[in-house]
Ligand binder design. Structure first.
Ligand SMILES: O=C(O)CCC(=O)C(=O)O
Ligand SMILES: [Fe+2]
Length: 332
């Protein structure tokens, strides 16, 4: 899909769903994170005892933020995104940006705790055993060996995709908290909602996209994972469908379906918006309605590269129960 023609940059995610914390509110979130760090459950976000504490703590986030999260969970809006600004990330205390593959944050640092508190308030943060070593907080950072790959460690243009489109229990929501921007300030996260793209498609293409004529492979970030059986790209309500597609990993199984898939890609590119995340910004996207990607950028691998924390949220924690590999929220 020609994402390189996508240059009608909007200054920010176009959505009613955005909240900028006041400095006072940011200080409150910082204090909450610091309190949780001192808890006897210890400073490891993957520890089930820490998680159990993070849930009640998340109820003490600033009320304005709680209201925005509650609203978003029920009504993600036409863009399917929520942007939260001015979150605490302890910028002065940040170590060098990691650059190894499969990088994660297991320590209860201020930014990792902030991402977890917000994720736990929206639903249940979870992970996959075969991706990022099963850790709940992922580092999205450029990795030299992955520079040209279609993965979160790449720096070439990343095509529009649902996160883990191949997986039956893919996340409902994805959160991306920016710790550092790229050097040039041009790495744009792309968001495109089927709620907006659907009206650009005709009924014949919509019907094809609703038929099981597509297969999707696991992404390169997954170290194991089966290609799907034939699936629909659009599912559920006729007026407000869910989407399941990865323009790098989904293939049509016949020519007619391939044409419909290309037209869907064009429609999504047309309504996409681009957001250059800044430190302290956390963007959520509804992975049932929104595909996302990223423009290319130029890493320097100097410890100061772009750095996001990523969390996956399930709204129904029981849905993936048969895929759980232990007592914690990690799925096979
Ligand atoms: O780098 C970005 O802005 C998004 C990358 C991505 O697709 C992801 O982390 O899931
Ligand atoms: Fe992604």
């Amino acid at each position: 899909m020609p994402l390189n023609v996508l240059r009608h940059r909007t200054p920010e995610v176009v959505d009613r769903s955005r909240v900028t914390l006041t400095d006072q509110e940011r200080t409150e979130v910082h204090a909450l994170a610091a309190e949780l760090r001192r808890h006897p459950a210890g400073g490891q976000v993957d520890d089930p005892r820490w998680l159990a504490q993070a849930r009640p703590h998340s109820c003490r986030l600033p009320v304005r933020l709680l209201e925005a999260l509650r609203d978003y969970r029920s009504e993600p809006g036409p863009d399917g995104t929520l942007l939260i600004r001015n979150l605490p990330i302890d910028a002065e205390a940040l170590p060098d940006t990691p650059s190894e593959p499969d990088s994660v944050e297991r320590g209860a640092t201020v930014p990792a705790t902030t991402a977890m508190l917000i994720g736990q308030q929206l639903g249940d943060v979870f992970a996959f055993r075969d991706e990022k070593r099963g850790a709940l907080v992922h580092n999205v950072v450029p990795v030299p060996a992955l520079a040209a790959s279609q993965s979160n460690g790449g720096s070439v243009e990343l095509e529009l995709h649902n996160e883990n489109a191949f997986h039956p229990h893919r996340p409902d929501l994805i959160g991306l908290l920016c710790l550092r921007g790229d050097h040039e300030g041009t790495a744009g996260t792309l968001f495109s909602s089927i709620r907006k793209a659907r009206v650009l498609l005709d009924d014949a293409d919509l019907a094809i996209l609703r038929s099981p004529r597509f297969v999707t492979e696991a992404p390169p970030s997954f170290h194991a994972g089966d290609t799907t059986t034939a699936h629909r790209v659009l599912n559920g309500s006729l007026d407000d469908p869910d989407i399941q597609v990865d323009f790098n990993a989904t293939r049509a199984i016949d020519d007619e379906a391939g044409t419909a898939l290309r037209r869907l890609g064009d429609a999504l590119a047309e309504v996409a918006s681009e957001l250059v995340l800044r430190p302290g910004d956390m963007a959520f996207l509804d992975n049932r309605l929104v595909v996302h990607g990223r423009t290319e950028f130029t890493p320097r691998y100097d410890g100061n590269d772009r750095w996001l924390h990523r969390v996956y949220v399930q709204l129904d924690g029981r849905a993936g129960l048969s895929h759980r590999i232990g007592p914690g929220p990690v799925l096979a």
